[in-house]
Ligand binder design. Structure first.
Ligand code: GDP
Length: 430
């Protein structure tokens, strides 16, 4: 019988990713015993700034920067062992010896997945989100084909070779015969390299579900850290302009082996405007000076790719879906400072499609392509007062409080955390 109440919090992106989840996760990580990733791979990118020191992470949960919580990579994450080893080294160079476990069941990104990813980009012809070419879609596809290699296999050479034979042949065939490109790797070379990776990573490989179940029973605080965002969810997002995994909070069950029933708080991170990397229609896109101003002010360039992000006004049709699908209990609203001194702010509350106003994201790509944002205008604010984070929510400019209560009414979810700067302390809890 469970005798102590465990506290489980999930943090997910409510838009297109890059909402500032890293900062919000890091803010909570101080109280967490475990910080867990449950999906995606090193295609994600978090930036956390602590005491002026910048940390850029792609695979290890951002809670690692705290030192105390155990960082956990769940089975729903796909792991490039080389990227993981590099990230462990990067942290060590910055003075952090990561406390980390990686699921024995997590699938491994192989060199042929990365090669296939590049080959696929031509085949997709713009009808996909645009890939980071890290092998993410092919490794997830291989998992479903049951060609996959899991972390545990890297420390069992016989099974690894058996599976590698099958996966290598299949992917080589796809790359060379179906997509007309070449694979410049041999089985022997891959086998040797990956067995070496296995030796380095062996101390971290563990049964994450069992570990977290024990933690739950012991009343520990567990924080689940989502990557990307709602509209990139492979099922609920703007398919096929999505990522290859489920970004929704419900995926923590599958991606870590912890029951969704155990989660107490689910926080959706919403940026006060939106940004998007890669292809897809974007109803509220700003292709003007205001967009350029927001991009520069907000530093909207990809953490992983360095690509300039597309910019748009806040889209509450999108956030409404995030509230519903994730079961959000609250919102963390970030980057309000980026909208300083803009004057008038527009917020999209509905789309107009074929003469009708719609309030939910359509499944029809035709409707989404034709969606015209229905805006409401709000008064902007000037500068946010110095040290506002010490003074509290009530001391925010009235226009910001109006902006927040407008959002809350339209999406029926409370904003409990307000972020007004990139640093850890520039955060207001309501
Ligand atoms: P994530 O993937 O959701 O963690 O987002 P990114 O790390 O890609 O992007 C967030 C960026 O915005 C990082 O550089 C953060 O340091 C920064 N950031 C987060 N919150 C705020 C904020 O409230 N204001 C400003 N100006 N920057 C912020």
């Amino acid at each position: 019988m469970k005798s102590v109440q465990s506290k489980i919090t999930t943090i997910v992106g409510a838009q297109w990713g890059d909402e500032g989840k890293g900062k919000i996760t890091d803010f909570f990580a101080g109280k967490a015993d475990y910080v867990v990733r449950f999906h995606g791979g090193n295609n994600a990118g978090h930036t956390v700034i602590v005491d002026g020191k910048v940390f850029k992470l792609h695979l290890i949960p951002s809670g690692v920067i705290y030192g105390d919580p155990l960082s956990v990579i769940g089975n729903g994450v796909v792991v490039d062992p080389k990227a993981l080893i590099n990230e462990i080294e990067y942290l060590k160079e910055k003075g952090i010896n990561p406390r980390l476990i990686v699921s024995d069941r997590a699938h491994v990104i192989m060199p042929y997945h990365i090669a296939l990813d590049s080959a696929l980009s031509d085949h997709q012809k713009g009808l996909a989100a645009g890939s980071t070419n890290r092998g993410i879609a092919p490794v997830y596809a291989d998992k479903m084909y049951r060609n996959g290699i899991r972390m545990i296999d890297l420390i069992e050479p016989d099974v690894f070779l058996e599976k590698l034979d099958k996966g290598f042949d299949f992917n080589k065939g796809l790359i060379e015969n179906a997509l007309g490109q070449s694979l410049n790797h041999t089985i022997e070379e891959i086998f040797k390299t990956y067995i070496d990776y296995g030796k380095i990573l062996k101390p971290y490989i563990s049964d994450v579900s069992v570990e977290l179940f024990k933690a739950y029973k012991d009343g520990k605080n567990i924080l689940f850290e989502g990557a990307q965002g709602m509209s990139l969810d492979v099922d609920h997002g703007i398919y096929p302009y999505t990522t290859s995994s489920n970004t929704a909070a419900g995926h923590i069950s599958i991606g870590t082996g912890v029951s969704f029933k155990s989660v107490n708080r689910t926080i959706g991170v919403v940026k006060a405007y939106l940004s998007r990397v890669g292809e897809s229609p974007l109803p509220t896109e700003l292709e003007d000076e205001t967009g350029d101003h927001i991009r520069e002010n907000g530093g909207e360039y990809g953490t992983t790719t360095g690509r300039p992000r597309r910019i748009g006004w806040l889209d509450l049709v999108q956030v409404r879906q995030a509230v519903r699908v994730n079961g959000l209990t609250e919102i963390a609203l970030t980057k309000l400072d980026v909208l300083n001194n803009i004057g008038e702010l527009l917020v999209c509350n509905a789309y107009e499609v074929g003469g009708d106003e719609i309030y939910e994201i359509p499944a029809s790509l035709t409707d989404y392509r034709n969606a015209k944002p229905v805006y409401e205008k709000l008064k902007g604010w000037g500068e946010i007062p110095e040290n506002i984070w010490d003074k509290g929510f009530d001391k925010l400019p009235q226009e910001i409080k109006d902006y927040i209560s407008f959002i809350e009414k339209r999406i029926d979810c409370r904003v409990t955390i307000v972020s007004v700067g990139p640093q850890r302390h520039e955060t207001i809890i309501r």
